[in-house]
Design a protein around this ligand. Structure first.
Ligand code: DX5
Ligand code: ZN
Length: 224
């Protein structure tokens, strides 16, 4: 049976980047206490993006405190192919790599799946959707960046909405099973616009950790 964009379960993946880094376990606890299934882990190398976050050691430490959450691991690295095994061993469930840098992408996606993990491909706000065409049959998720990666707390770039619509159209035409995730500046105003465009998985850092009413924000992101 073919799935329409709306038949995908809506998932909120809170980004721990916005939590207190001196107390990441507390950030993890907030996600656990809100009965969420996913957590988004932003890995930055100071090369592909102008910031450094944390590496496989932190992912492993978080995994040792949580066996259940789905670790949605976003690699903002110039050479993610060099670190796939490390993140797989650390406990990532989904490993998303970027389409922009120069490295063997199809082979890296294949290796991620060979390790028994889900594979994702991401693109920056100014990268056209058709750069993903060679990879759509090799991924479990497409991650559309709605800010230029590197920092939390940036403003949502609404120009990416047509790209989400395009990806949802391709998915429907091809009976694709990959999720469409949006990352950057997702808040109570922009989340419904992403869902309306065809997204099913929303990353939120600042808006989630700062939400005065987390359950209301979660319900909104889950399309309820
Ligand atoms: C940006 C990261 C995002 C970011 C989202 O480089 O990939 O995941 O943490 O943060 P907010 O929701 O604050 O824009
Ligand atoms: Zn991210």
């Amino acid at each position: 049976m073919s799935e329409t964009p709306n038949s995908f379960k809506k998932i909120l993946s809170p980004s721990i980047l916005a939590a207190d880094h001196a107390a990441l376990a507390d950030g993890l606890k907030i996600v656990q206490e809100n009965d969420l299934e996913w957590i988004h882990l932003d890995i930055m190398d100071g090369n592909f993006v102008p910031n450094i976050s944390f590496g496989p050691g932190v992912v492993k430490a978080l995994r040792s405190r949580d066996k259940k959450l789905f670790f949605d691991t976003h690699l903002m690295l110039a050479r993610p192919d060099k670190y796939i095994e490390k993140f797989a061993e650390a406990g990532a469930d989904l490993i998303t790599i970027h389409v922009e840098p120069d490295y063997p992408k199809a082979e890296t996606l294949r290796r991620i799946r060979t390790l028994g993990k889900q594979a994702g491909i991401s693109l920056n706000p100014d990268t056209p959707a058709d750069t993903l065409l060679p990879y759509l049959d090799k991924v479990d998720l497409v991650l559309v960046m709605s800010v230029f990666p590197g920092f939390g707390g940036q403003k949502f770039i609404a120009d990416v909405l047509p790209k989400i619509e395009q990806l949802a159209k391709w998915r429907e035409e091809r009976n694709g099973t990959w999720r469409i995730e949006v990352d950057g500046g997702v808040d109570a105003n922009t989340a419904p616009r992403c869902l309306a465009a065809g997204a099913d998985t929303l990353v939120a850092g600042t808006a989630f950790f700062n939400a005065p009413d987390k359950s209301a924000f979660i319900r909104l992101c889950q399309g309820e």
